[in-house]
Design a protein around this ligand. Structure first.
Ligand SMILES: NC(=O)C1=CN([C@@H]2O[C@H](COP(=O)(O)OP(=O)(O)OC[C@H]3O[C@@H](n4cnc5c(N)ncnc54)[C@H](OP(=O)(O)O)[C@@H]3O)[C@@H](O)[C@H]2O)C=CC1
Ligand SMILES: Nc1nc(=O)c2c([nH]1)NC[C@@H]1CN(c3ccc(C(=O)N[C@@H](CCC(=O)O)C(=O)O)cc3)C=[N+]21
Length: 297
């Protein structure tokens, strides 16, 4: 069996184009562009690449991008002061503070300072609470991107067995909630789960969000299962490579012969995250402008 490739990159390009068209219409109606502010603390080179690509994607989607780069030794109070300035800035619709934060900056305290109406990452406790109780709010970009890919492939997910590996606040937990909302039967696995291969074998849908290169093996999968690989892991450089390869949490080469459909890394979930971020930012902008957002968003 050869799995169908779920082309997150193409799906994301499509979504960005749609968002871009609506963003142009928004600018026309509101008399200003939607704006996304990204705050990066410290000099992590990987984060730098993401921040840059977010900035480019934002501008390409007819929105305004604001970048705030702060030194690694920024105090919590100074960082929160920056967030509060962005909260008060009418040109800023969405605020993203790039995680992880360096040193002993308290991530929860910083996220709590973000205006929930600008929390386009969906990381604020208010956003998390709204998702949990089924009220409208911002949903974290990565799991929202994953559920879009799953609904696109399966339509109705009701009654399917879904296993989410990983229980972080930004991926695993909101992913499980979205699957539950779609009427899947959801199991959340984590580092203390016993007999993980057997748990995964029951799944029609597997979402791997662990951060361990190629941990999920082909013989853990139910034949025909749909596999969403959230992991982004950089391998050590092989001989002659300057940079190691990027791989997911799933052993892709072997898994593609067992799965029914699978996302690649790169080119799967990663690009969806950025496209959904732009979508969330435009939704925020419509709300701030008091204009009803188009249904299609
Ligand atoms: N594509 C994208 O846009 C994004 C990709 N990512 C990637 O997704 C991955 C997960 O990210 P994130 O959720 O932030 O990671 P975290 O490190 O916050 O969470 C990892 C989770 O995996 C669990 N885990 C660790 N080891 C095992 C194991 N051996 N067996 C089963 N479960 C295990 C942990 O369990 P426990 O809770 O018990 O410790 C934890 O719940 C990373 O590779 C990250 O780079 C993240 C965000 C966006
Ligand atoms: N506040 C906050 N919000 C985030 O959403 C957030 C964050 N902090 N910190 C870091 C993680 C990671 N993340 C990714 C986004 C895009 C790709 C992506 O587009 N990846 C490409 C490959 C890029 C490459 O080649 O390096 C792909 O998978 O095809 C990956 C990872 C968002 N994150």
């Amino acid at each position: 069996m050869t799995a169908e490739l779920i082309d997150g990159k193409a799906f994301a390009a499509d979504l960005r184009e749609r968002v871009g068209a609506h963003a142009a219409a928004f600018a026309e109606k509101a008399g200003r562009k939607a704006g996304l502010a990204v705050v990066l603390v410290g000099e992590d080179p990987a984060s730098d690449v993401y921040v840059r690509s977010k900035g480019k994607a934002t501008i390409a989607a007819n929105m305004e991008s604001f970048e705030h780069r702060l030194p690694a030794d920024t105090s919590e109070a100074d960082l929160i002061a920056v967030v509060e300035r962005l909260n008060a800035d009418p040109a800023v619709d969405g605020i993203l503070v790039q995680l992880p934060l360096p040193g002993d900056l308290d991530e929860q305290a910083v996220i709590a300072a973000i205006d929930p109406g600008k929390d386009v990452d969906g990381f604020h406790v208010e956003s998390a609470g709204r998702l949990m109780v089924g009220r409208e709010g911002f949903v974290p970009c990565t799991p929202l991107g994953c559920i879009m890919l799953l609904k696109d492939r399966h339509g109705d997910l009701s009654g399917m067995n879904a296993v989410v590996i990983g229980r972080s606040n930004i991926v695993g937990k909101p992913m499980a909630q979205l699957l539950l909302d779609a009427n899947a039967t959801v199991t959340i696995a984590h580092s203390r789960t016993k007999d993980l291969p057997d748990v995964v074998r029951r799944a029609d849908i597997v979402v791997a969000a662990v951060g361990r290169a190629e941990m999920v093996k082909a013989d853990w999968l139910k034949p025909g299962a749909t596999v969403i690989d959230v992991g982004i892991n950089r391998l050590a450089p092989a001989d002659g490579e300057s940079k190691g390869r990027l791989v997911g949490d799933v052993d892709f080469e072997a898994a593609k012969d067992v799965a029914g459909a699978i996302t690649p890394v790169p080119g799967g979930v990663g690009p969806m995250t950025i496209a959904v971020l732009l979508r969330n930012t435009l939704v925020a902008a419509y709300a701030h402008a008091g204009i009803e957002a188009p249904e299609a968003l």
